[in-house]
Design a protein around this ligand. Structure first.
Ligand SMILES: Cc1ncc(COP(=O)(O)O)c(C=O)c1O
Length: 466
């Protein structure tokens, strides 16, 4: 489309959608209820940083496909060609066997992840996390008489949409009405300094937040805790960057109590935070599990991975005479070859186009611009993020930090959208605190793109908050 008006009538598509498609994460009343005033949104085409809807309206996508996914931007012919060629050669075989793109991609991925060694292919971030949870449970049975089965997760983190993943979720609104939940998941406090839980600052705050994890471990009994699952930078829970001192202490605590460290890189992974391939790599963390999904193939094919180190892998190989002594799991579509074929090209694009460097440069620029907006709009209480993964928390009062009203925060995103810029906002996540605007433009973003996003936000904030 490239901005040209549509030459075919999509009204039939809109009606088919209205009648039959169940959209994700959104109420349908706007287009199916008795008071419906609008049509469902259909995204028709994308190129680079931009998408076009059914009306031919162009949008600058500041959230990479709505949910921080399309890291290399839309319309990448070389990914499409690689997928096409692979599908014609071999589209699928169950993961009991290997595939050419699966092996090549695993080798390339592991070359970016020193200390890690094995890639387990799945379809979604939720599923990748579920695989890690299952491995932890099986290790507990194999090594600790079933006792070391608990998995710690953090307040405000998110690990997926299944019942087990919601049980490991620190965003209470996502869980509302979906209980009862799976036992064995235990919450630890978040590490967000802006909403401090201890009267400390900087490194002292980071140490206190990590020590709070140790307190939970001691209360539960270290011999019952198998793993700790954390996002390196919390995404949908408010774009929370860790305070200094946090990660080294977290690592130390895990080692002290023989607790496996599971890093959920579903959002941060594959370049989003700039300079490094993965979020945890900024903090010198040595994980046992790394799960990833969204940016792995930038949404050109469904692929997710649960990556482990050899220590974890070896725990499943120690007694080959035991017929149950291996990871007895399958993900049917983990055997689709389109995923690794697309992911290989995705990594190559990031390397060849220097997108890790661009992400750092543009991320720093955008952070500065958001800080300038904070100087101008007192409704911005805090600005945070890393690379092209940024958030602006809106407050009704800077001194009390009372969150801005959710519907007004939503209105800012709505106004940006009307201006042709799609930004994100926390959505039914943390009760009373869905007040952070989220930005995750593709890693190809230019200064002009960032300026357009900032300008739209500036105008929207003025319109909604004055
Ligand atoms: C940090 C994190 N983990 C896991 C998931 C779940 O991924 P998926 O929707 O692919 O199941 C998400 C999705 O937003 C996420 O943000």
């Amino acid at each position: 489309m490239d901005g040209k008006p549509l030459d075919n009538d999509l009204s039939g598509v809109v009606e088919a959608d209205r009648a039959h498609v169940w959209h994700h994460l959104i109420q349908h009343a706007g287009w199916t209820g008795p008071d419906a005033k609008a049509d469902p949104r259909i995204i028709v085409e994308g190129k680079g940083m931009r998408v076009w809807d059914q009306h031919g309206k162009e949008h600058l996508d500041a959230v990479s496909g709505g949910v921080w996914t399309v890291n290399v931007g839309y319309g990448r012919e070389r990914i499409a060609n690689a997928v096409r060629d692979q599908l014609l050669k071999l589209n699928y075989f169950a993961g009991t066997a290997g595939s050419i793109p699966g092996a090549k991609f695993s080798e390339k991925l592991i070359s970016k992840m020193p200390g890690m060694s094995r890639v387990y292919f799945t379809n979604s971030g939720t599923e990748a996390n579920e695989k890690a949870f299952k491995m932890v449970r099986q290790i507990a049975h194999k090594r600790y008489g079933g006792k070391k089965y608990k998995i710690l997760y953090r307040d405000r983190d998110y690990h997926g949409s299944s019942i087990a993943a919601i049980s490991a979720g620190g965003q209470d609104q996502r869980g509302e009405q979906y209980g009862p939940f799976v036992p064995g998941f235990v919450r630890v406090p978040h590490c967000m300094e802006y909403r401090a839980q201890w009267d400390l600052e900087g490194e002292e705050y980071g140490l206190a937040a990590a020590n709070a994890i140790e307190e939970v471990i001691l209360a539960e009994g270290p011999d019952t805790v198998g793993a700790l699952c954390l996002e390196p930078v919390t995404a949908g829970g408010g774009v929370i960057t860790p305070p200094p001192g946090y990660w080294p202490r977290v690592q130390e605590i895990c080692r002290k109590y023989d607790i496996l460290l599971h890093i959920d890189e579903v959002v941060c992974g594959v370049g989003r935070t700039g300079t490094e391939w993965f979020g945890y790599q900024h903090y010198g963390v040595e994980p046992d599990f790394v799960t990833m999904a969204k940016g792995v193939a930038s949404g050109y094919a469904a692929i997710a991975c649960c990556v482990t180190n050899e220590k974890v892998f070896d725990m499943f190989q120690d007694d080959t005479s035991d017929p149950l002594n291996y990871f007895r799991d399958i993900s049917t579509f983990g055997g689709c070859t389109a995923g690794p074929a697309a992911a290989l090209e995705n990594l190559a694009i990031i390397e060849e186009e220097g997108l890790l460097e661009n992400t750092t440069k543009m991320g720093d620029y955008m952070l500065d611009q958001l800080r300038a907006l904070k100087d101008k709009h007192k409704v911005i209480g805090d600005v945070r993020g890393k690379g092209l993964f940024l958030g602006a928390e809106l407050v009704a009062d800077r001194s009390t930090k009372e969150p801005a009203q959710e519907k007004m925060v939503q209105a800012v995103a709505g106004d940006c959208n009307a201006q042709g810029v799609i930004i994100g906002v926390m959505n039914r996540s943390v009760p009373g605190f869905n007040n952070t605007l989220c930005y995750s433009p593709a890693l190809i973003a230019t200064k002009d793109d960032i300026d357009q996003i900032i300008e739209a936000t500036d105008k929207a904030l003025t319109k909604v908050f004055g």
